[in-house]
Design a protein around this ligand. Structure first.
Ligand code: CO
Length: 208
């Protein structure tokens, strides 16, 4: 079979883990206590655990096209609710990446069929930040900035949820916006100041 090598890889990997710790998988089977929720792009070049040097059990992961957090998407909302209220993660990360095909597609006028409503969320990010984005003449830099602003807006979408607002009140939890630079392999913390961004407007989103 074409995918035989995957099973060979898997056997080698599981044997290696067992050699290092004979109870490795037994411990994993007992349950998970990840401290991080990672929401990233489905892009095959942007691996979640591998680029962060994290092991199984350490990160709760959700990936979709262009690392989106649409308010009505039951999938990502279920992941956030479960990770924050049951797993009680302390860190919620939205990680975008430069060279994101989803963001690129949203910048170009084209009918993408089923993807239209999904990409429209990114077009709305452009609209919200049109003054800044239209002021960037270099197309590559504008594309990069939209990727960063998209991460920012998806983080804001997380902050709008009741589950994270409740968690903010009850315990220590933080939201982070990151970008992975495919060209260098480096992870960049955008250091987004949500208090400043939401300073004048948070009251309309407060639900707890
Ligand atoms: Co992408």
């Amino acid at each position: 079979m074409e995918l035989n090598h995957i099973f060979t890889n898997n056997q080698r990997w599981s044997e290696k883990k067992n050699r290092a710790d004979k109870d490795y998988f037994l411990k994993l089977s007992k349950g998970q206590h990840p401290k991080i929720l990672y929401i990233g792009c489905s892009d095959s070049r942007v691996t979640a655990e591998e680029m962060m040097g994290m092991e199984p059990g350490e990160v709760f992961v959700h990936r979709n096209i262009a690392n989106m957090v649409p308010n009505t998407d039951l999938n990502v909302m279920s992941v956030i609710n479960y990770a924050v209220s049951y797993l009680k993660v302390q860190h919620v990360v939205v990680c975008g990446h430069y060279c994101c095909g989803g963001v690129k597609a949203a910048m170009e006028p084209a009918d993408m069929g089923l993807l239209n409503p999904w990409l429209r969320n990114i077009r709305d990010v452009y609209r919200i930040h049109q003054d800044e984005l239209n002021g960037i003449t270099d197309e590559e830099l504008r594309y990069k900035r939209l990727i960063e602003l998209n991460v920012q807006e998806q983080c804001v979408n997380i902050i709008k949820t009741a589950v994270i607002q409740r968690a903010f009140k009850e315990r220590s939890v933080r939201v982070y916006g990151w970008v992975f630079d495919i060209r260098s392999g480096r992870l960049i913390d955008l250091k987004i100041d949500f208090d400043r961004i939401l300073n004048q407007i948070m009251e309309i989103y407060r639900i707890t």
